[in-house]
Design a binder for this molecule. Structure first.
Ligand code: SAM
Length: 289
């Protein structure tokens, strides 16, 4: 937290309504890396400026120096969360990278549904769920295979570091254009239209009940005890340094059941020992069935 302490003048990176100095940038980048694992290079100075200038304006502060000093103060605890939320990227879509849902539907889902029907505990994890499109896509894929899955012990943990985005995910309310990628049969059965005029759709309670939403930092403590039959951790480690990525891939090895599958983003790769490929950006533990 000391990274954000007030500091003497240093080189100005961005001139503007408020000057963003090298020292401000370094303090903010160190805070973000320590709290979230996200690595910000100086190429992101414009992004830092534009996202945090809004916060400075909203708080009625005069400079990035004042902002950093406030964020580190005891009164700034809430602002540290806001800063993190402002600097993370929440872009997501229903059925993003659809080959993962095809893979799950064809080779993982049927086996897990059979296990759940036989009384097994089945757990899935959307580990950086953003506004919920990923865990709902997974839930809809499962409901497409087994509409009464809610009767069995199959649940999805949907977690993200950003409490605001987790609240949005939990609400399960989306604009018409956001729900367009959901196959029509699933959309009409498992979402409801909120009214002719506002064009919003809400995920039905039967879908939401399959999912447990939690705030969770992937590089912090994990309160969960049990293992997961599939982990979707997509388009988040791309923002981490390589060592943090490796730390997380190794951590997931203990969090996966022996036959578990790990789904990662299209521009990510798992390069630690102990995994083997099970398809495009899908991994299983070495030697697993
Ligand atoms: C680009 S979104 C990816 C959403 C979804 N997985 C997908 O592929 O569409 C990245 C998400 O990672 C979250 N995130 C960033 N750092 C995190 C961390 N250390 N722990 C948990 N979530 C994190 C962000 O809040 C953001 O919602």
């Amino acid at each position: 937290m000391n990274h954000l302490a007030a500091s003497p003048r240093s080189r100005v990176l961005i001139e503007g309504e408020y000057a963003l100095t090298q020292r401000n940038f370094d303090q903010i980048a160190a805070f973000l890396r320590d709290e979230t694992g996200i690595a910000l290079t100086e190429a992101k100075a414009t992004l830092v400026y534009s996202r945090l200038a809004k916060r400075i304006r909203k708080l009625g502060l005069a400079s990035f120096d004042e902002y950093c000093a406030f964020a580190v103060s005891p009164a700034g605890a809430g602002e540290r969360t806001e800063m993190m939320a402002a600097l993370t990227t929440n872009v997501t879509r229903f059925f993003r990278e659809p080959h993962h849902f095809d893979h799950f539907r064809a080779s993982v889902g049927p086996r897990l549904i059979e296990a759940a029907k036989s009384g097994a505990r089945v757990r899935l994890w959307s580990a950086a769920c953003s506004s919920g499109e990923e865990p709902y896509s997974l839930a809809l894929t499962i409901l497409g295979l087994c509409p009464d899955i809610g009767r069995y012990d199959l649940r999805i943990l949907a977690s993200d570091i950003d409490p605001n985005i987790v609240a949005k995910a939990k609400a399960g309310r989306y604009r018409e254009d956001a729900v367009a990628p959901i196959p029509a049969a699933l959309r009409t059965r498992w979402l409801s239209r909120d009214g002719e005029r506002d064009g919003m759709w809400t995920v039905r309670p039967e879908v939401r009940d399959l999912i447990v939403f939690k705030e969770l930092n992937l590089i912090g403590d994990w309160p969960m005890r049990g293992q997961f039959d599939a982990i979707f951790c997509r388009n988040v480690v791309i923002y981490f340094e390589e060592a943090t990525q490796a730390f997380l891939w190794n951590r997931f090895k203990n969090a996966l059941t022996p036959e578990g599958r790990l789904y990662i983003g299209h521009s990510e790769r798992v390069d630690v020992a102990g995994y083997e490929s099970d398809g495009l950006t899908v991994y299983k533990l070495s030697g697993a069935r």
